[in-house]
Design a binder for this molecule. Structure first.
Ligand code: ADP
Ligand code: MG
Length: 394
């Protein structure tokens, strides 16, 4: 049997929401209905099922109704109309007592801005959900350590939240949700606030975890790339309505509306690798005010032959080579200006990969990626470009 089944679900915010339904029947859109009635449609006639063990993603722009929908699943929001069945039981209709039971035992939720208790240890933060359930101390500790281990944070059990990075704190949120061993994991933009690289790691880890755990996951995101990567199936939402449900493959190859099609084309564009997507942090940078001794020291420490020079606002000034810097040291000169080579290969951050290759071939130095103000954002080594191309062809 399906784990979750939603049938003709509506959530309307506002007063006297009954007035809204005849207008929905007449195909008035969300904006017109708001004008006429002052009511906002959060979820509009949504129906779908999620299989046991499925990774189901709901994708849509901000305001499309994703959070409202997921909150109807654990009834943090009471639907205006329609049914939500969890294991065959309609939670839109069940009494408070069984609702609490279902919420505690069957599902857990991870939010975007997950708040940890600052004065509690990480372990004790994870224990929270179990504590609420009245589970004894020993079991609590055991389950929480297990959950921390799952998310790779066992060593931080006795740390305090402010000792952890944003990504790690989000992991603690996941651990707290997992500690109660729920059947269903509800994740509302859980990764959306993370830096791109950390976010990617979290996605990979969640997929790895899911391969082991086989939970039923409802994951919300506004990012189609994230949806395509994670979802067994994706539901695309707009103005409270589900536009399309399908596997990533179906969504990409068979978008059933202009709206979805536009989205998919956007993704194709972002898939093109650009300078900013492959650049790296430079191992070292030289401050314009530094002298040749510092330059030589940085380069020998990092084992590099040249070093980009920036001012205090990170505006690119040029590059110095190790032999020039060494000569300057011998001459006992401090004038780094003399040896700054201004003829450096500069690329805009949005330069596509295919244009980088010919540049990299003739460049004497790593490419400097800059923004419109000539601020140095990162560098690209030749090997990265060649490697990137090969990686693409695999
Ligand atoms: N408590 C509320 N009262 C009134 N309108 C709300 C409330 N919560 C959400 N909405 C409206 O419902 C729509 C869907 O919001 P939401 O579910 O938060 O979207 P999403 O999570 O996709 O960004 C929006 O138009 C929003 O303004
Ligand atoms: Mg939301």
């Amino acid at each position: 049997m399906e784990k979750i089944k939603i049938e003709n679900l509506y959530k309307v915010f506002g007063k006297n929401t009954k007035r809204v339904f005849p207008l929905i029947e007449k195909n008035y859109d969300k904006e017109e209905i708001l004008k006429k009635t002052g009511c906002t449609i959060g979820v509009n006639n949504v129906s779908f099922e999620v299989e046991d063990g499925e990774f189901f993603v709901v994708m849509g722009l901000s305001g499309s109704g994703k959070s409202t929908l997921i909150r109807c699943l654990n009834r943090l929001i009471k639907p205006t109309k329609g049914s939500v069945y969890i294991d065959g039981k309609d939670i839109a209709k069940c009494d408070e007592e069984s609702l609490i039971e279902i919420r505690r035992k069957k599902m857990s939720m991870v939010f975007q801005n997950f708040a940890l208790f600052p004065h509690r240890t990480i372990l004790s933060n994870v224990e929270y959900g179990l504590e609420v359930q009245g589970i004894d101390e020993e079991t609590r500790k055991e389950k929480s350590l297990e959950a921390l281990n799952l998310v790779g944070l066992k060593d931080y059990a006795s740390s305090k939240p402010d000792e952890l990075s944003g990504g790690m704190q989000q992991r603690v949120g996941l651990a707290r949700a997992l500690a109660t061993d729920p059947d269903i994991l509800l994740m509302d933009e859980a990764f959306s606030a993370l830096d791109p690289l950390i976010r990617k790691d979290m996605q990979d880890e969640l997929l790895e975890l899911q391969a082991k755990m086989k939970k039923t996951i409802v994951f919300i995101t506004h990012d189609l790339n994230e949806a395509l990567k994670l979802g067994d199936r994706i539901a695309i939402m707009k103005d409270g309505v589900i536009e399309q449900i399908g596997t990533p493959e179906e969504i990409l190859t068979n978008p059933n509306s202009k709206y979805v099609k536009d989205f998919v084309e956007d993704v194709d564009r972002t898939k093109v690798l650009t300078a900013s997507s492959i650049m790296q942090k430079p191992n070292a940078l030289l401050d314009y005010k530094d002298g040749p001794n510092v330059a030589v020291r940085f380069m020998s420490e990092e084992g590099i032959a040249s070093l980009y020079v920036v001012d205090k606002n990170r505006i690119l000034k040029g590059i110095v080579k190790i032999e020039d810097a060494t000569n300057l040291v011998k001459k006992q000169s401090k004038q780094i200006n003399e040896i700054i080579d201004k003829d450096v290969p500069i690329v805009d951050k949005d330069t596509p990969m295919e244009d980088l290759l010919p540049m990299a071939k003739v460049a004497k130095y790593p490419l400097a990626v800059v923004n419109e103000n000539n601020k140095l954002l990162g560098i690209i080594k030749r090997s990265t470009i060649i490697g990137g191309i090969l990686g693409e062809e695999e």
